[in-house]
Design a protein around this ligand. Structure first.
Ligand code: UGA
Length: 437
């Protein structure tokens, strides 16, 4: 099939490459010429494991191209909208500027029978509004909402083999003409057994926000337990192991630590609350305010713990933060709890050095006042305390015996509860985890 993908960020670039991998002829379109220049050279404008190799593979087949010119969408049967919906400045709601602009620019190129597929995370009600615009321009075209559930760091596998596919169509019925078209687009995934659900527009939009809200709630739940464990002298990691063995609960997303960040969970729960308020259903989601508050409290808690670890004062203390990205295997620093903690410590008088295998360039743009050192040994030299805040494998694998001589004091705060506390203590370190004795 001929496919256009509008918006080539974390979602769109991966989607375009994966659609080409599935055998379609794809054009990726974005307003950012630097991004398009990179992608045209099979260079990923951000770090995502496997993406550059995939871009090279599919570009060699001639099935994938990139452009800034929306006219290239003409002739495609299916148009995916993959632009961002960030949080509005000074408000909780989602900024729909990019989605609206993408659709308006696309409209003149729509042909009879085309399918426009929304993948961005949007406030419920958006699809119905956009469907009217599509149909008033081209009465035989259809708009489908097909939310994306990919995780950064696992984006290729999540796109090629998703847990499920959700198609939101205007009447919510299996025999809607757009369903067969999308089944062709995803034929490869469907053949390997991916479940597929057809719903109406608002249900499909809500599936995405509900899923992210559930995940955020699960993380904040275990972080709330970490607060109680700290007060009671219990160990939240063993508690999570034990409750996670109940398969109604499950161990995934029960990692207590410095909390969630990134370009999705924090802004999605806020936009969801804002939208529920507009719909008169705000009471239903007041618990998400608490989820958000528990999450933000983690950051303050880590600053306080670091102060304790440094003997009650941060002023002049040399602190090395291991990890800047919001999670490992990503260079994304949007709402990164690690960076937010690093900046807070610096504001309180500590001398902060940040290291990360992939995210330092993005981090330096976001917080230019921090010191960034790519080399791990150089970053930890003479540190008064180490803070492991993003659990990259190379930080999990650090040998406490080996690095003991490089730092100034043997103190470590394990913000993700991934280190072997007994081993670090045996090597002479003062070890602090979160929600652990
Ligand atoms: C999230 C969802 O997991 C995806 O399903 C969704 O498609 C995506 O948002 C989106 O809306 O586009 P992502 O933001 O890539 O994906 O990252 P997650 O793996 O969900 O992690 C989010 C944050 O939670 C990270 O900061 C991570 O460190 C933190 N986290 C995760 C915890 O603190 N504890 C956990 O147990 C799990």
């Amino acid at each position: 099939m001929r496919i256009s993908v509008i918006g080539c960020g974390y979602l769109g670039a991966v989607h375009a490459a994966c659609m080409a991998k599935l055998g379609h002829e794809v054009v990726g379109i974005d307003v950012d010429d630097l991004k398009i220049a990179d992608l045209s050279n099979a260079t990923a404008p951000f770090y995502e494991p496997g993406l550059e190799a995939l871009l090279r593979d599919v570009q060699d087949t001639g099935r994938l191209s990139f452009t800034t010119d929306m006219a290239a969408a003409a002739g495609s049967d299916v148009h995916f909208i993959c632009v961002g919906t960030p949080q509005k400045k000074g408000e909780n709601g989602a900024d729909m500027t990019y989605v609206d602009a993408a659709l308006h620019t696309l409209l003149p190129y729509l042909a009879p029978g085309n399918i426009v597929v929304g993948k961005s995370t949007v406030p419920v009600g958006t699809a119905a509004r956009l469907a009217q615009l599509v149909e008033s321009r081209e009465p035989s075209a259809h708009l489908v909402w097909n939310p994306e559930f990919l995780r950064e760091g696992h984006a290729l596998a999540d796109t090629l083999n998703p847990d499920r596919l959700v198609y939101g169509v205007s009447d919510g019925l299996e025999d809607h003409p757009a369903v067969a078209v999308l089944d062709d687009v995803y034929a490869g995934s469907l053949a390997s057994g991916t479940p597929r659900l057809v719903t109406d527009h608002p249900t499909a939009e809500l599936v995405k926000t509900a899923a992210n809200s559930f995940l955020a709630t699960k993380i904040s739940f275990i972080n709330a337990m970490a607060e109680v464990c700290e007060a009671a002298g219990a160990d939240v990691t063993r508690l999570a192991d034990a409750i996670g063995l109940d398969d109604r609960i499950g161990r995934k997303f029960l990692h207590a630590g410095i909390g969630f960040g990134g370009g999705c969970l924090p802004k999605d729960i806020r936009a969801f609350m804002a939208r529920a308020g507009e719909l008169g259903a705000d009471q239903a989601l007041t618990f998400l305010r608490e989820v958000d508050a528990i999450n933000m409290r983690r950051r303050t808690r880590v600053v306080e713990l670091t102060r304790e670890l440094c003997g009650g004062m941060l002023l002049g203390k040399r602190i090395t933060v291991l990890g800047a990205a919001f999670k490992p295997e990503s260079d994304d620093v949007r709402d990164s709890p690690a960076l937010s903690i690093a900046a807070q410590l610096q504001l309180q008088g500590a001398v902060v050095t940040v290291t990360d295998p992939k995210a330092l360039a993005n981090a330096a743009r976001r917080f230019p006042e921090l010191q960034y050192v790519p080399d791990l040994d150089a970053a930890i030299a003479n540190a008064d305390a180490l803070l492991l805040l993003t659990e990259w494998q190379q930080y999990r694998a650090i040998d406490p015996y080996e690095i003991g001589a490089q730092v100034s004091s043997l103190r470590i705060l394990d913000g993700r509860n991934v280190l072997d506390a007994a081993k670090w203590r045996a090597a002479g370190w003062t070890y602090r985890g979160l929600g652990r004795p």
